[in-house]
Design a protein around this ligand. Structure first.
Ligand code: SF4
Length: 431
């Protein structure tokens, strides 16, 4: 999907305060090359194992998630599309009646579904189908067996990770209330990563850790004025706002990517729970040492290599920090769709001074800058990767970084490997 808007690059230059905390940001608007928020369904449906995502959209929407999801031969998929056809668009049929019928059929056939998301799309918004009222109506019909929520995955002015943010934000009002002190990790993580973090938190002395999204609909975390939350993903600003509206407080930390990020992320929780430094050190040092040694083996492949980030996943700034500080990569430009300065404060402070940051996209201008910079590696969306490869550049698909377990100590080397592999492949082709 792409949109064309007037090109209005704006450079904002506040005073510099070390790292990239107050660094100038090149703000651009123009044609963009991103997937829409429906893409988030691909990892969310794997995470919440009894949820179903019903996109109310067009055949284009159906194709997008089918092709992004790959082949689902062995399991009944937990996402689908209720197609809005010409009769709906022409106002010749009642889309609400159709939707009720489709949902009733689906739930009768799939008693395993406990949480149903109605996911809005560009077509449902064009015909002004009110999915929030539809969700309330259907919740009344199908409660208490099935909870029905809605969010929008439409994509003209968004980027693909915003789908997860919208989905999690829709869950927040349904979370049970608590006044107890608790830790919530917010942002979807692969189950294997979640298990590792749970073990580390237990070793540190923080037992009751909850995760949003949960693995099952009935395991929703509790929230209240004594809930402290750690962001596991940098793209969930609306969810964070909704949690804070329910009294929760964010723990300031970088994101758990690489050894440094993971250490600081765990340490932020340890500080809040008054865990002694030696207890934290004892708990994390075996995994941290393993990760440091594994990274040292990969570093020679990345050290000194020049990398250029197009804006796509919103993971760009934490990734750039990791690749520069722990693997010695040179940052040519770090583009991000949105720059949330508050949530990225620790990350920005860790970027090297003088890093070219950009927010938003005017793809033609950015391609010109990329070609002029002659990077060794370009991180970009699928739409740009093939043309850039054809020009002789080496690329890494940003979307792979969201589908792959990359957080935590035990995944640090895998994450570095995702960047080393395309360079290795290119060197084999050139040999
Ligand atoms: S929601 Fe909009 S941008 Fe996304 S696939 Fe459907 S029509 Fe395309």
């Amino acid at each position: 999907m792409s949109s064309a808007l007037a090109a209005v690059p704006v450079v904002i230059k506040p005073k510099n305060a070390g790292g990239c905390t107050d660094a100038p940001v090149l703000r651009e608007r123009g044609q963009r090359e991103v997937f829409c928020g429906l893409t988030g369904i691909i990892w969310l449906h794997r995470k919440i194992q009894d949820a179903f995502f019903l996109v109310v959209g067009s055949r284009t929407c159906a194709h997008l998630i089918q092709s992004a999801a790959g082949v689902m031969i062995f399991a009944e998929p937990r996402f689908g599309t209720a197609i809005i056809d010409e009769r709906d668009l022409a106002g010749m049929s009642d889309a609400n009646d159709e939707l009720d019928r489709v949902v009733a059929q689906l739930l009768a056939r799939r008693p395993d579904i406990k949480l149903l998301f109605l996911v809005g799309s560009c077509p449902s918004e064009v015909i002004k189908l009110d999915l929030s009222r539809a969700a309330q109506r259907l919740a009344g019909v199908h409660a208490p067996k099935v909870r029905v929520l809605n969010y929008s995955g439409s994509g003209i002015e968004t980027t693909f990770t915003q789908g997860e943010d919208a989905c999690l934000a829709s869950l927040v009002p349904t979370l049970p209330a608590t006044a107890e002190k608790s830790l919530m990790v917010v942002g979807s993580l692969a189950d294997v990563v979640e298990d590792q973090f749970r073990r580390l938190f237990t070793a540190i002395g923080i037992d009751d850790v909850q995760f949003l999204p949960p693995r099952r609909a009935h395991l929703l975390p509790k929230v209240g004025p004594n809930t402290q939350y750690l962001l596991a993903q940098p793209f969930i600003a609306d969810t964070a706002r909704a949690l804070e509206a329910r009294g929760a407080t964010r723990l300031e930390a970088p994101f758990p990517l690489g050894v440094e990020g993971t250490t600081a992320w765990l340490a932020a929780a340890a500080r809040e729970w008054n865990v002694p430094a030696d207890k934290l050190e004892t708990a994390i040092s075996p995994a941290r040492t393993r990760a440091t040694q594994a990274l040292a083996r990969i570093k020679p492949q990345l050290d000194g290599k020049r990398i250029f980030f197009f804006p796509d996943s919103q993971l760009e700034i934490p990734l750039a920090r990791f690749l520069h500080r722990e693997l010695g990569m040179e940052l040519l430009e770090v583009g991000t769709p949105f720059l949330h300065r508050q949530h990225l404060a620790s990350e920005l402070a860790w970027l090297p001074e003088g890093t070219q940051l950009s927010e938003g996209q005017h793809v033609e201008n950015q391609l010109d800058r990329c070609r002029a910079a002659v990077p060794d590696l370009v991180v970009c969306g699928l739409g740009l990767a093939n043309p850039l490869e054809a020009e002789g550049m080496t690329t890494k698909w940003a979307i792979e970084l969201v589908f792959t377990p990359i957080q935590g100590f035990d995944q640090a080397a895998d994450l570095a490997g995702l960047f080393a592999r395309p360079l290795h492949r290119r060197s084999l082709l050139a040999a």
